[in-house]
Design a protein around this ligand. Structure first.
Ligand SMILES: Nc1ncnc2c1ncn2[C@@H]1O[C@H](COP(=O)(O)OP(=O)(O)OP(=O)(O)O)[C@@H](O)[C@H]1O
Ligand SMILES: [Mg+2]
Length: 315
């Protein structure tokens, strides 16, 4: 088993389903650097799931190539290939007749790992995704939707794959649990540094979790591939601008913090105080709510760093 993160390259990858005139994925070219999260977003039917399934060869490429650490997927044994890729499918897809531990152990069992190893690995992964070890003996029907999605994530991580494909892993979950799962996933990613392709419908989720975002338009054509900041501040065209939303300027504010501003010296007393790691969006919300024009930025040690005005936030 390889364990390090792998670079993933789509090279003019194209899929035309049999009997269909137009492509589902059309000459898709992009590189996901090792250890980064690439989020695929786009309209329903835009080819996101198809793009993922091409990578682990659940469906064959019509033309073009996909390479993992420089090796074409076509040159790899398909069984080995799939085992080396963690796959979280749309709607989780846990095996209902197996316990949580049984589900997590699916791939390690294929590698003939001993029972004790699987038990220990399962306990470790449950902890990693924030579930109590006692969940190991439960069945999927005895879990909430959010818990099932965590087990799905733990199962995909079980063989420590260098590459993870995640198809709307947090779809169909209420916004609060969803935000928590996103936070946990980002914390986890800091530790394990996988290369991840993450599909979502939700632009805000894409901005939050993506190191880079690939926006697919209808017909599986790449509209833009860039950092969240670049996409929000410099959308490539009308389609991208429309897709990320009219409030993209506000969304962009969420990506910057007070600490990144050039502050002026503190002269006024009684200003609202906010830590330097507060996002500009949250800072602006506070100024609007409190009908103030300026705030005092404070460092981690509580010492004042300087003053930021509304104009500074919006510049
Ligand atoms: N097995 C198939 N045979 C023929 N056409 C298919 C098949 N699977 C998907 N398609 C078509 O390919 C296109 C892309 O589908 P895909 O599932 O990749 O979209 P998606 O971006 O994942 O959509 P969603 O956001 O709704 O999940 C759609 O037009 C779909 O109807
Ligand atoms: Mg899909």
């Amino acid at each position: 088993m390889r364990t390090e993160a792998a670079e993933l390259v789509f090279d003019e990858a194209t899929k035309v389903y049999p009997g269909r005139e137009s492509a589902a994925v059309d000459h898709l070219s992009l590189t996901v650097p090792a250890g980064e999260i690439c989020v695929l977003v786009g309209p329903s039917g835009g080819g996101k799931t198809t793009a993922l399934k091409l990578v682990n060869r659940l469906i064959p490429l019509t033309s073009g190539d996909i390479r993992i650490d420089g090796t074409s997927i076509l040159e790899q044994d398909v069984v080995e290939l799939r085992r080396s890729i963690g796959y979280v499918i749309q709607q989780v897809g846990l095996f209902p007749h197996m316990t949580v531990e049984g589900n997590i152990g699916t791939v390690p069992r294929l590698y003939r790992r001993p029972r004790s190893w699987i038990k220990a690995r399962s306990a470790e992964l449950l902890e990693l995704v924030g579930l109590d070890p006692s969940y190991a003996k439960r069945f999927p029907a005895q879990l909430s939707g959010g818990e099932r999605q965590r087990v799905g994530l733990a199962r995909a991580l079980a063989a420590n794959p260098p590459l993870m494909l995640m198809d709307e892993p947090f779809g169909a979950i209420d916004p609060i649990v969803r935000a928590r799962l996103q936070d946990e996933f980002l914390r986890l990613q800091k530790e394990i540094r996988k290369t991840v392709v993450f599909v979502t419908h939700d632009v805000d989720e894409a901005i939050k979790v993506g190191d880079r975002i690939a926006i697919l338009r209808e017909g599986g054509r790449l509209a833009q591939y860039d950092t969240p900041q670049q996409i929000l501040e410099h959308p490539a065209d009308e389609f991208v601008a429309e897709f990320v939303g009219r409030d993209r300027a506000l969304k962009a504010l969420a990506l910057r913090t007070l600490g990144e501003l050039e502050l002026s010296p503190a002269t006024e007393d009684g200003l609202p105080r906010l830590p330097a790691d507060t996002s500009l969006r949250d800072a602006l919300a506070l100024l609007v709510a409190e009908r103030r024009n300026a705030l005092l930025v404070i460092g981690a040690d509580g010492a004042p760093l300087g003053v930021a005005t509304r104009e500074d936030l919006l510049a």
